[in-house]
Each structure stands twice: as structure tokens, then as C-alpha cells.
Ligand binder design. Structure first.
Ligand SMILES: C[S@@+](CC[C@H](N)C(=O)[O-])C[C@H]1O[C@@H](n2cnc3c(N)ncnc32)[C@H](O)[C@@H]1O
Length: 355
């Protein structure tokens, strides 16, 4: 077989940057060039093999790995990340055409109204909510890559229209209206544009890829040629709860099928999923268990100097499972807080390469 021609790390990072961007807490969009270099450095001598992106979130790192030629297994315990990875990583060739989009934008295929009944006065306009019900009446009849692209575009439409992209904010959000186009478009208009974004991201990678939606400890023990770990950062204050911020995208990614809504909450939240990564008290144990779980796979770990545990503790925990631990520091600016009180903070983003 002729050698596969794979892009240089900088080129792979540039290509991966076209992946439709969602404001996911901890997204590594800005760190793609550093990650591309780390993955190239840790790859086996005969080229990329199997890679697990164990906490895939926005999907952009799985998408980078696909561009670098890895056979990617993309995992996150939430369903929304699974949908975006199905659309852009597992899917090698299916795009939605103009007829598909016209059908989804057209009259509803059934009379479902769960979204309208549940979220009127909470999020979006009545027309937007009606569109979400109507779009799902068509999506429910779709399968495979096309279905994934449609759901991913619908979720991204909702994420872009919601101020700051988080669903902790409800009711009248006019105070957040800074004139941005994203806040003014209807969800129908957004959907058509977001489909175009996903269509542009679809490409045929050299290897089959897969997706799962499991708590990391539930992943089947298996050796990979690379395991990328980007767990939720445990901040010294505040929480790292993704469901609280993104429950609407999570529910929308499956039309809330099987979900138990917390009706006593204003935002119609979904229950939080607590694991050892959720608390400062248990985070060290969480890391110890994960490093043990993947002790025979080369690891790349992302973590922040602004989170717990600290650098020395993490290096110590990695050395319990690995002989060779290298630390790279990337200065990174985070934006914290609300629209009005947003502050920029300079932190180091650490990349640990452990073999
Ligand atoms: C820092 S984010 C990952 C960001 C991602 N690398 C990106 O670039 O968008 C952490 C992710 O871990 C997921 N997560 C949290 N706890 C988890 C667990 N115990 N098992 C699997 N996934 C988990 C969250 O849903 C979230 O998407």
C-alpha cells in the first residue's frame, strides 16, 4: 500500500478550525495548533493509529484527529457531543441537499408540540419554538449521517441564538442584545446557515471512526495508540456542571426522549450528572482511576493552571501509571463572567504527554 499523505500539524489545525464553532465550556478551538503538534509527536513511528477523544465536548479535537489520519473514537457522557461527532467525524460523505433543507423548513410532518408546551416564555420566540417541533417531525424520519447533520445544525442554531450560548439565562434577555446578527436571525434562518457550515465540514477521512456516549469509567478497557483526556476542569470556586449550562442542547439533540425534566426549575433543566470529576474533593481520585484505566495507552492530557489539582500533583499522579511525563505550557486567555462583568484572565493551559 502506498504511504498515506497526511497534512503537517499546522495544516491539520488550519483545516480543523473550520469545524462549526459552539461556545462549549473548555473548547480547545484556540489550542488546535498545539494539540496537532502534540498528537503528531506522540504518534507511533509508522503513523497515526487508533485515538480515543474521551471527553469530546464540542467535537473539534476529534475532528482535528480525523484530519491527522487517526481512527477516532469520540466519547462524551452527554448526547449533544455525540451528535456533533457523528455529523463531522463518523460521517465521511453525507451532506444535506437543498431539498432536505426545504423539507425541514417546510410544513410540519406531524402535530407534535413538546417544545412549545415546555419552553414558551423560557427561551426563544413562539415562531422559533414552533420550528423546533416542526423540524424534529422531519428529523425523526431521517437516519445516519444526514440525521446527525440535521440535529447538529438545529442544536448549533439554538446555541448561536441564545445569548452567551448558555441556557442558565431565561425569559426576557433583551439586556443581552448587543445587535449581534446571531441574536437577530430566526432559528429557521440559522438552521439553513448552520447546515451549510456542517456540509462544508464533512470530508472523507482515511479511517473508520466511532462515537459513544458513556461515562469514561464505563468505556470498555482497550489499548489505543493515543488517548486524549480533556476532562472538566475543577475550578477553585464555581462549578463545572455542563448540564446546568447546556441542558437545552442536550434535550434538543434527542427531542427530550427519555429525559426527566425538572419541572420546578424556571429553565426546565435536566438533572445534573455527578461523577468524581464533578468535585474538588474527588478529582484526584478521578484522575488516578482514569490514568490506571488507560495505563497501557500513550496519553495526552489537557488541564489548566487555574484548576485543581495543581501541576505537581498531576505529574505525580501520571507518574504512578507512566514512566515518561512531559509538560508543555501554552499561555491562554479565558473570558469569565457575565456580559457586563466579563474579565479576561491569563492562565497556562498545560499539555501533558505521557508514554
Ligand atoms: C473540557 S470539556 C471537553 C472540551 C473538548 N475537548 C472541546 O474541545 O470542545 C469536558 C467534557 O467532558 C464531558 N464529561 C464530564 N464528565 C464526564 C465523564 N465522567 N465521562 C465522560 N465525559 C464527561 C463534558 O460533557 C464535557 O463535554
Amino acid at each position: 500500500m502506498p504511504p498515506r499523505l497526511l497534512p503537517a500539524p499546522a495544516d491539520a489545525a488550519t483545516r480543523a478550525a473550520v469545524f462549526p464553532r459552539v461556545r462549549w465550556m473548555g473548547s480547545k478551538h484556540k489550542l488546535l495548533p498545539h494539540l496537532a503538534q502534540a498528537f503528531a509527536d506522540i504518534a507511533p513511528a509508522d503513523g497515526p493509529g487508533t485515538a480515543l477523544d474521551a471527553f469530546s465536548g464540542s467535537g473539534v479535537v476529534s475532528y482535528l484527529l480525523k484530519h491527522q489520519g487517526w481512527a477516532v473514537h469520540s466519547n462524551d457522557y452527554l448526547g449533544f457531543p455525540g451528535v456533533v461527532a457523528s455529523a463531522g467525524v463518523v460521517n465521511h460523505d453525507t451532506r444535506l441537499d437543498a431539498d432536505d433543507v426545504a423539507r425541514i423548513l417546510g410544513p410540519a410532518a406531524d402535530d407534535r408540540d413538546f417544545v412549545r408546551r415546555t419552553f414558551t416564555g423560557v427561551y426563544f420566540t413562539p415562531d422559533d419554538l414552533e420550528f423546533l417541533d416542526s423540524a424534529w417531525s422531519h428529523i425523526d424520519r431521517m437516519q445516519g449521517g444526514g440525521r446527525a447533520v440535521a440535529i447538529a445544525a438545529l442544536c448549533l442554531a439554538a446555541a448561536r441564538k441564545q445569548p452567551r450560548g448558555v441556557f442558565t439565562l431565561t425569559g426576557d434577555l433583551s439586556r443581552y442584545d448587543d445587535g449581534r446578527r446571531d441574536l437577530r436571525l430566526s432559528l429557521r434562518e440559522h438552521f439553513a446557515e448552520r447546515v451549510a457550515d456542517y456540509n462544508a465540514a464533512v470530508f472523507a477521512g482515511p479511517r473508520d471512526c466511532e462515537v459513544s456516549s458513556l461515562e469514561i469509567g464505563a468505556l470498555e478497557p482497550r489499548r489505543y495508540d493515543l488517548v486524549y483526556l480533556d476532562p472538566p476542569y475543577a475550578p477553585p470556586a464555581d462549578d463545572n456542571d455542563y448540564t446546568k449550562r447546556f441542558h437545552f442542547l442536550e434535550g434538543l439533540s434527542r427531542y427530550w426522549v427519555g429525559d426527566t425534566i425538572m419541572w420546578d426549575t424556571k429553565s426546565r433543566k435536566l438533572p445534573k450528572r455527578v461523577t468524581k470529576f464533578s468535585s474538588r474533593r474527588t478529582i484526584e481520585e478521578a484522575f488516578r482511576e482514569v490514568f490506571k484505566q488507560f495505563h497501557d495507552s500513550p496519553l495526552v492530557l489537557s488541564y489548566s493552571s487555574n484548576a485543581l489539582p495543581d501541576l505537581d500533583t498531576l505529574v505525580g499522579l501520571l507518574r504512578e501509571a507512566k514512566d515518561d511525563v512531559e509538560v508543555r505550557r501554552v499561555p491562554h486567555t479565558y473570558h469569565y463572567g457575565t456580559h457586563r462583568t466579563a474579565v479576561r484572565r491569563q492562565v497556562d493551559e498545560y499539555l501533558f504527554l505521557a508514554r
